[in-house]
Design a protein around this ligand. Structure first.
Ligand code: NAI
Ligand SMILES: O=C(O)[C@H](O)CS(=O)(=O)O
Length: 491
């Protein structure tokens, strides 16, 4: 099956600035290719600071009118955008799978996930409210009102090309902010297609601006926004090193920050767990997007008493996973995003084996007939706690099993990381569930559940996984500030 779109015009090759589809001033372009077979899909502008400044100008000029648009109207426009995204689910899903590589069923699932954020904040917009405060002295009226922060810079990763940008742009627009966005260089096409649909929904020119750039030119583009005092917020999803850079560089203009950064999620299986449920949960959490999500379990701790039974059940499932391109509907594990990613995964596997791990399934590059980016789903047992894949994010389809005896040992090992994004554990003991959920240092805890992503939940991390929350009733907070109004001299 070839991944062609019914609406070919949704494959765009321009920036979108001030309501105009335009090239980079110097004509520079970057290529976008399919990680499954390295075939060229399209070329997009490789922008410079000039395009970044033009986008910031457009967003700044559009802000006054957009913030003055009644929140109900903002919500209606977001609803129209949501309806168009849903109407183009097939095409958008194919586009995601084309440029990011994930299996088609996951590409189409991501469109629904992205759309759920647009719908959620379309509904939140009309409910933005302030507070009337009981004045402690006579003759005074005291109010607290919520206002949009202003122009927001959005920077997103390649692994969820639709969901990550939707869960930033939707709350920003609902709050009354305007946006300049720089999608990942590997996967810009989905962002451009989504914004084409936003344009068709009637979202005014300048409210959303998309600037594409290569890895080499991205710092120049983003630095232009970091230096611009009119840009009042950065919303970033990506690696912790880049997040730290943005936090440091934002200090000069004290921008508001939302940082959704790297993870190192533990997955704990206690002896009182439902082992079949734990296997299902691990398969769902670990192999989603080929293991290329920040909430994928990065290390799996299994209590001694059930390690053998759990490993046997899991090995059967891992070995059965089908690796292949999204053009094959039976594919469950697609290519990794690029050869650098595959090289890192293989280094992690080799390091674990060198330190004494046993290879139960996989462990190598596969499907060379298709391309260089395929790696087999891999299961390792007896992994040493010092192994690199226990401390670094593998971002691939690798499951390292580590054993433990006491609950305290598993919790301590789980928390022994600078990261704190997602964590998971399986137990049927109510007391243990409350103890362990309280003790785990993470922004997200899956309890007997491996699929935690939801627009209704506050998504985000602690420690070096960042701060800020995306989605949920808390999702607007990061795009607003509170203004206190104090009216006196009332008789
Ligand atoms: N916490 C979360 O929700 C998520 C975290 N991540 C993390 O992101 C990483 C994988 O994604 P990548 O795209 O490789 O991360 P990355 O941090 O390299 O890139 C993310 C975005 O930042 C941009 N970027 C790169 N260098 C930059 C710089 N110097 N200045 C400004 N922008 C820059 C990239 O072009 C891209 O658009 C993993 O660590 C993963 O855990 C990925 C997705 C979600
Ligand atoms: O990019 C990611 O890894 C996502 O944040 C994970 S999720 O929100 O899709 O679960």
């Amino acid at each position: 099956m070839t991944l062609t779109l019914e609406r070919g015009d949704l494959i765009l090759n321009s920036n979108y600035i001030a309501g105009r589809w335009c090239e980079a001033a110097d004509g520079a372009t970057l290529t976008v290719s399919n990680p499954a077979d390295m075939q060229l899909i399209a070329e997009v502008p490789d922008s410079s600071a000039e395009e970044a400044r033009a986008a910031a100008d457009a967003a700044h000029e559009a802000f006054a009118a957009w913030r003055a648009t009644p929140a109900k109207r903002r919500g209606e426009l977001l609803k129209r955008w949501h309806a168009l995204v849903m109407a183009h689910q097939e095409d958008l899903g194919r586009l995601i799978s084309l440029e990011q590589g994930k299996p088609l069923v996951e590409g189409q699932g991501e469109v629904l996930y992205a759309a759920s954020y647009i719908e959620w904040f379309a509904e939140e917009a009309p409910r933005i409210a302030g507070e009337m405060i009981a004045a402690p002295v006579a003759g005074r009226r005291m109010l607290a009102v919520k206002e949009p922060v202003g122009v927001v810079a959005v920077i997103t990763p390649w692994n969820f090309p639709a969901a990550m940008i939707a869960r930033k742009i939707a709350p920003a627009l609902a709050a009354g902010c305007t946006v300049v966005a720089k999608p990942a260089e590997d996967t810009p096409l989905t962002s451009l297609a989504l914004v084409r649909l936003a344009e068709e929904a009637g979202i005014p020119a300048g409210v959303i601006n998309i600037v594409c750039a290569s890895r080499g030119r991205t710092p120049e583009v983003v630095d232009a926004w970091l230096e611009d005092a009119r840009v009042r917020k950065i919303s970033f999803t990506g690696s912790t090193p880049v997040g730290k850079h943005l936090a440091r560089a934002s200090a000069d203009t004290l921008k508001k920050l939302s940082l959704e950064l790297g993870g190192n999620a533990p997955f704990i299986v206690f002896k009182d767990a439902d082992l079949d449920a734990a296997v299902e949960g691990l398969m769902a959490a670990k192999f989603r997007n080929g293991g290329q999500t920040c909430v994928c379990p990065n290390r799996v701790y299994v209590q001694d008493a059930v390690l053998g039974a759990f490993a046997d059940k899991l090995a059967v499932r891992v070995a059965a996973l089908r690796v292949g391109p999204a053009s094959d509907p039976a594919s469950q594990i697609g290519p990794m995003i690029n050869t650098r990613a595959v090289d890192k995964i293989l280094v992690h596997i080799d390091d674990a084996l060198t330190q004494g791990a046993r290879l139960l399934v996989g462990g190598e590059r596969v499907r060379a007939d298709l391309g260089p980016n395929y790696v087999s789903p891999t299961l390792l047992a007896d992994v040493a706690p010092a192994a690199r894949l226990c401390h670094e994010e593998t971002f691939g389809p690798v499951v390292p099993l580590l054993r433990f005896e006491a609950e305290e040992e598993a919790v301590a090992a789980s928390n022994a990381t600078p990261f704190g994004l997602a964590s998971y554990f399986y137990s049927e003991s109510v007391s243990r569930i409350h103890r362990v959920a309280d003790a785990l240092e993470a922004g997200i805890v899956g309890i007997n559940e491996g699929a935690v992503a939801s627009e209704a939940a506050p998504f985000g991390g602690i420690k070096e996984s960042g701060y800020g929350r995306e989605g949920s009733v808390h999702g607007l907070d990061d795009y607003q500030h509170i203004k206190y109004l104090c009216q006196g001299n009332l008789r």
